[in-house]
Design a protein around this ligand. Structure first.
Ligand SMILES: [Zn+2]
Length: 289
């Protein structure tokens, strides 16, 4: 019996990109990597809070964890694994994949995978690029991920956006290099366009019921699982404010943080959720979903 045989028809994949408030791309021009170690780390407490919410809801999820975070919070990594969640990789330094050379990217994703496996004591096969930074400029990234031992990526967002997105990319799992499985972020089709339906900032921007209706429509029309993502800092209304960051970055980062815990709780209740490697087990195994 495959894992998916027991899933509800509205089962979707729940994912968390485990990074701290100062590591997001919108603040990259304001907070340099060299200063990270001097900043207040809130990722462990926030991720523990998410682990508690998932435990209360009785769900399993996938945690795309930054190597930088894992190295400093190994006990957190072990708790993620002990709770039955999937440990996956968000790279080491949260550098955009398309701004790296293939050799630098290999070092970043390879070192993160080894670190996570050593700490977690489990196999790590999933990867999500920071800010969905695999696109038409760097298709070689899929070959590098394959060489570094990854079996799937969830890094393509088939939408039009100023920071990321490949509007014409496939909307459902596919093998861009014939080997690695890419599981694109969920989109809904309307008026000939793809609209984002995978969480992130849009989940905080739109009323909850709008998001819920969109994901329900996706599950019903496409008869397949969607994928949702959030971050530990999104439930942390008390995090330090980065006053010097660009106005748009601050808007996106701080919008409706205080509403998130209740919204996330509703979302966990309104759908069935599971880890990426279980929800997409058949596609990962090479069979048609
Ligand atoms: Zn990230």
């Amino acid at each position: 019996m495959t894992a998916s045989a027991t899933l509800r028809t509205d089962t979707n994949a729940m994912t968390v990109d485990v990074e701290d408030w100062f590591q997001v791309q919108g603040f990259a021009g304001t907070i340099s990597r060299g200063t990270w170690d001097g900043l207040e780390r809130r990722v462990e407490a926030n991720t523990d809070r998410i682990l508690g919410m998932f435990a209360d809801a009785g769900i399993s999820a996938t945690f795309f964890t930054l190597g930088w975070v894992a190295e400093r919070h190994p006990a957190l990594v072990k708790r993620i694994v002990a709770a039955g969640h999937e440990l996956a990789s968000h790279g080491y330094w949260h550098r955009l994949a398309h701004e790296q050379t293939p050799a630098d990217f290999a070092e970043d994703v390879g070192s993160a995978r080894k670190l996570l496996e050593d700490i977690g004591g489990v196999s790590v096969v999933g990867y999500r690029a920071p800010t969905f930074s695999i696109n038409t400029r760097n298709p070689w990234a899929f070959d590098v991920l394959t060489e570094q031992g990854y079996r799937y990526s969830s890094s393509i967002y088939p939408v039009r956006h100023d920071l990321y997105g490949v509007p014409g990319a496939p909307r459902f799992p596919y093998r861009p290099n014939g080997v690695l499985l890419e599981i694109p972020m969920t989109t809904v089709r309307a008026a000939g366009r793809n609209f984002p339906c995978a969480g992130g900032g849009y989940f905080r921007l739109l009323p909850y019921v709008v998001y819920r209706a969109a994901l329900q429509r996706f599950n019903r029309r496409e008869r397949t699982a969607g994928i949702f993502y959030t971050h530990p800092w999104e439930i942390d209304a008390g995090q330090p404010r980065v006053a010097a960051a660009p106005r748009m970055a601050k808007f996106r980062h701080y919008l409706n943080l205080s509403l998130m815990p209740a919204r996330l709780t509703r979302l966990l209740r309104d759908f069935a959720w599971n880890r990426v490697d279980h929800v997409f087990a058949e596609a990962l195994a090479g069979r048609d979903p």
